[in-house]
Design a binder for this molecule. Sequence first.
Ligand code: NAP
Length: 342
Amino acid sequence: MGYRIVVAGATGNVGREMLNILAERQFPVDEIAAVASSRSQGEVIDFGDSGKTLKVQNIENFDPTGWDIALFAIGSEATKLHAPRFAAAGCTVIDNSSLYRMDPDVPLIVPEVNPEAIAGYVKRNIIANPNCSTAQMVVALKPLHDFAKIKRVVVATYQSVSGAGKAGMDELFEQSRNIFVGDSAEAKTFTKQIAFNVIPHIDSFLEDGSTKEEWKMVVETKKILDPKIKVTATCVRVPVFVGHSEAINIEFENEISAAQAKRILREAPGIMLVDKHEDGGYVTPVECVGDYATFISRVREDSTVDNGLSLWCVSDNLRKGAALNAVQIAELLGRRHLKKAA
Ligand SMILES: NC(=O)c1ccc[n+]([C@@H]2O[C@H](COP(=O)([O-])OP(=O)(O)OC[C@H]3O[C@@H](n4cnc5c(N)ncnc54)[C@H](OP(=O)(O)O)[C@@H]3O)[C@@H](O)[C@H]2O)c1
């Protein structure tokens, strides 16, 4: 016996990937509903490669009573309106927006890192999915932290435009085409031209000069992994369609060599180590698209600090950074907490 699943935001980048991944992983689904805004009501979309199609329903008219799990990817504003209604009707919400991530009564889960924290979902019947940059980083940090205890992390991100939804992908495509034919490159979704450029600004600015995206990496890493870890981040948007990259520098309390780190990472869940000291012996974002893994390359010792390591981390932001992590949470919830067997 399977579950009755709702995918909210099914017409978006993350929603579409959630449908693909539910089908790929043969999640035990008895019934599935695709919901979005009134704009896409009646549209017909694929349930991954299952051969089934789904008619999109308007979330405003959708009654969640009797549905088991809702995977939400509709942005914070719409989530605020609908998640409490779904949760109160007994349908557990797994949310991709930032709305509930730092709520002490909502667990923030990366299944490879803090699966035990999921038990806290009963307080609000809501589980939060972390920010895409945080998700892949904590997968990489967790096994190293277990071995040598991380003191401080310095990270610079290279984030793809799909992190800003369909509109971000369209803007990179249109600007690139316009520039080639000599037209102007108007910026709408991003604050400056993104084609053939990089922008050191994601989300809004905070009083201390950092951005909300950078703040999310700091506070979410503490909530998921360890409140004692210090994190400083610089988040940058780059003209890549899908796949976030991160240059991560880590300072540990205890000794750890690059060789030890590689051995640990090779065995760690969710990680694929690709690290050859030769041309092309590392992973780039175009190679991670459509994959489940968090790829690690360029692991090396940093001799400028005691017990320091640097590494390169790449993952599909629509998958581990959002849809895959949400489906893994649903699998964990099914195994540990819901009555039907997942
Ligand atoms: N992209 C990423 O890497 C990433 C990573 C982590 C988390 N997230 C989060 O996931 C969410 C979705 O991101 P995305 O990249 O999939 O965006 P997107 O491609 O722009 O898609 C947005 C989806 O939300 C739906 N939606 C918008 N307003 C709605 C409303 N008022 N009521 C119901 N549905 C509404 C849209 O439906 P219509 O088609 O009907 O407009 C569409 O299905 C956001 O909260 C984002 O922060 C994204």
